[in-house]
Design a protein around this ligand. Sequence first.
Ligand SMILES: Cc1ncc(COP(=O)(O)O)c(C=O)c1O
Length: 379
Amino acid sequence: MIPIAAPLLADAEADAARAVVLSGWVSQGPQVAAFEHEFAALVGAPHACAVANCTTALQLALTALGVGRGDEVITVSHSFIATANVIRHQGATPVFVDIEPETYNLDCARLADAITERTRAIIAVHQMGMPCDMLALMAVARRHGIAVIEDAACAAGSQIRMNGQWEAIGKPHGDIACFSFHPRKVITTGEGGMLTTADAELDRKFRLLRQHGMSVPDIVRHGSQSVIFEEYVIIGYNFRMTDMQAAIGRKQLERLPQLIARRRALAARYAELLGNIEGLRLPFEPDWARSNWQSYCVRLPDRLDQRTTMQSLLDQGIATRRGIMCSHREPPYAGTDPSHDLRQSELAQDHAILLPLYAQMDLADQERIADAVKGELAR
Ligand SMILES: Cc1ncc(COP(=O)(O)O)c(C=O)c1O
């Protein structure tokens, strides 16, 4: 069976986790601090704050920005459901904007129409690692004074050209960027997340919020020669990452450049292998974007049934996934009658499939996948 994805974890990660276990300090501590420092340097962000996963990162981002009851947050329905759920958990209302069919990202031409006097924030998703058009999006957001959170769950290692310069996703290009280190992502810590920002005050809030609003973190008290009594200055959460996860993450960061190079080579090879198939639409990378190819998404012709095609590929030993889900079609969002047309989002969910892509993928396996896809298209 060729899996849809496979994390690249080896002795380096296992040894790093082992060393932490034997060190005696396993919760948030020096490894988390080092991971944050190295992640910030990698993406060019002034601040990075590690948390339990990207869902909690998004939740802290909205909380730190003061998004709450009665507010509206613009985002895409075409995303993993966490993007919409975090908005609802704040008591705010998600306002869904359709995607562009080429990049599967928010259609910035539709953004201005979705803004009301209640709009407090935009969550821009870099879907499947493909950068969202931040130049266009930020122009609208800044004109209206709306805060921007980047849902960069899938986008560690992706780049965007801003004003002639290639910059890492996470610099950030909005106010806050949120990353995931789930095993389905390009680098993993099992579970894990990271917030980056250029705003020191936001970073200070993230650090308080992730650890119960505690004025002095436990690691500082532990290392102190004098007695410290901490205070709980705001109502916070326990959204901490462990030092074992962070130690694994540091090793994954070392691998990131090679992982991206390999994934980009595999994506280019898919484009060659699948390029001339009538009716199959390949993913589009704008000339201002460099995707990490967290997922490789192809759009089937309308005449092919998605589930039948996926089942047939599975029967041939090839795992695929359907196109990215649409939150507005799930029961908790039923009745959120979208005032905006989400046709492209629905078409992408119903007619796209994700093909296997992972760094250690065999070239012969990739050819087998391409041949199998060709076979389906020839039916
Ligand atoms: C776009 C997007 N946002 C948020 C998340 C949530 O990330 P996590 O699983 O780290 O909470 C995911 C995970 O798949 C995602 O794809």
